[in-house]
Write a protein that binds this ligand. Structure first.
Ligand code: GLC
Length: 417
């Protein structure tokens, strides 16, 4: 694996992904140009009307922090090729739209000042650049006349553009913590991006930066990026566990998608976060701001719920990781030093049985309100009778209230001896 310092990353655990660009205007998924085979000429109307007048990155940063995020990754450019910064290498950029400001720069300033680490998502795919070699992923891939006309494209020129824009992003915006390239389709390879040279340059410009794994150059990656699924166990490379970050949407789309109602509940999202950290991973949870430049109400509401949970349970996530102990049914463990966090996904009736924990826990409390959870061990010889539970060797029993605490997922903090 790579060379960047992932220590802060595996400590922080929870980041915010932000997909924002022209596709916020059609509001039909960030792949709308491909899905509807929109030509570059027809897509131009969004460029001419991009004017997010309500954009306030300070408010975004405050929302991110309140929702427990420690870092954030913004789309500098998505597959449609539109650049959210004032690139000297293209006209297809935010400063030439009606808003006419370097929105990426404003974002960097706000998020940095608010104490968040920052990264850029940068699409190596480009559906706008005139020299990008057409492949089956391209919006006009089925247009034979177009393909014939564009046969002579010189993809090397695009590679130079990718290189130059990467240089801009890593030179003009101060320290960048993460570079998140996306992605290498079946007809492209590390040759298409000159990945080795690119990575050498990146490491020179930003020695501490960490890189993801999507430019077909696994040796350079600092972390891997399972997308829209929860790994059933920690991912490995050559038999070794690797640093990983799951990325997820709120509703199945990365860009703002007005009519998509496939919203994940805050409860599911919190369980995904717990599950991820219990397996040693990070979660990069997305939001797709609107064309006015805001997180829409449905997203803000979800973030607020997650924030409520994180305010009380952050110490079971930040700085925490997997545990050697095996979690009981319907539970997950995360651990930070000698504190073991028992996330109870389904609240049982009165007792939680921890096998092989006898003598290992000095104190237990509910994390949300620091109220004591009493513990018992029953003589292994004693038999079940009426209201008496049988004993079981090595078992520690937690005595739970009938009423679960009113939080999305209750957590019991166990102080190990
Ligand atoms: C994908 C999609 C893209 C999204 C990304 C996030 O590869 O092409 O739209 O930005 O994943 O992980």
């Amino acid at each position: 694996m790579g060379f960047g310092n992932t220590e802060w990353f595996t400590h922080d655990r929870f980041g915010m992904f932000i997909h924002w660009g022209l596709y916020a205007l059609p509001a039909r998924h960030e792949w709308v140009k491909k899905r509807e085979q929109i030509t570059t000429e027809a897509y131009r109307q969004y460029f001419e009307r991009f004017e997010p007048d309500l954009y306030d990155p300070w408010r975004w940063a405050a929302d991110a922090r309140a929702a427990g995020r420690k870092y954030a990754v913004l789309t500098s450019k998505h597959h449609d090729g539109f650049c959210l910064w004032d690139s000297a290498l293209t006209d297809y950029k935010v400063t030439n739209t009606p808003i006419s400001r370097d929105l990426l720069k404003e974002w960097v300033d706000a998020f940095r000042t608010e104490g968040l680490k920052i990264g850029f998502y940068h699409s190596v795919i480009d559906w706008h650049h005139p020299e990008f070699a057409i492949d089956d992923i391209h919006p006009q891939s089925d247009d034979r006349a177009f393909r014939e006309r564009e046969q002579g494209r010189d993809h090397r020129k695009y590679t130079g553009y990718l290189d130059g824009q990467t240089r801009e992003l890593l030179t003009n915006y101060g320290k960048i913590d993460i570079l998140w390239y996306d992605f290498t389709g079946p007809e492209k390879s590390r040759e298409s991006w000159r990945s080795e040279a690119l990575v050498t340059m990146i490491r020179e410009l930003q020695p501490g930066i960490i890189l993801n794994d999507r430019i077909d150059y696994p040796e350079s990656a600092d972390f891997v990026t399972p997308e829209q699924y929860q790994p059933s166990e920690p991912p490995t490379r050559n038999g070794q566990e690797v640093v990983w970050e799951a990325c997820h949407t709120l509703n199945g789309s990365w860009g703002y998608d007005r009519d998509n109602l496939n919203w994940k509940s805050p409860n599911l999202l919190v369980r995904m976060l717990i599950d991820t950290v219990s397996k040693g991973g990070n979660l990069l949870l997305n939001v797709g701001p609107t064309g006015r430049g805001e997180f829409e109400p449905r997203a803000r509401e979800t973030l607020a719920h997650i924030g409520d949970w994180m305010r009380l349970h952050g110490r079971a996530i930040h700085g925490a990781g997997p545990s050697e102990f095996e979690a009981p049914v319907d539970c997950r463990f995360t651990q930070r030093g000698d504190r073991l966090y028992l996330h109870v996904l389904s609240w049982p009736m009165r007792h939680l049985h921890l096998q092989n924990f006898a003598g290992k826990v000095a104190y237990a409390q509910l994390l949300n309100d620091a109220s004591e959870i009493r513990m018992t061990e029953i003589d292994p010889e004693s038999k079940a009778q009426n209201t008496h539970m049988p004993g079981s060797a090595g078992e520690l029993i937690l005595e739970l209230p009938i009423q679960a605490p009113d939080v999305l997922v209750p957590v019991i903090e166990l102080f190990l001896t």
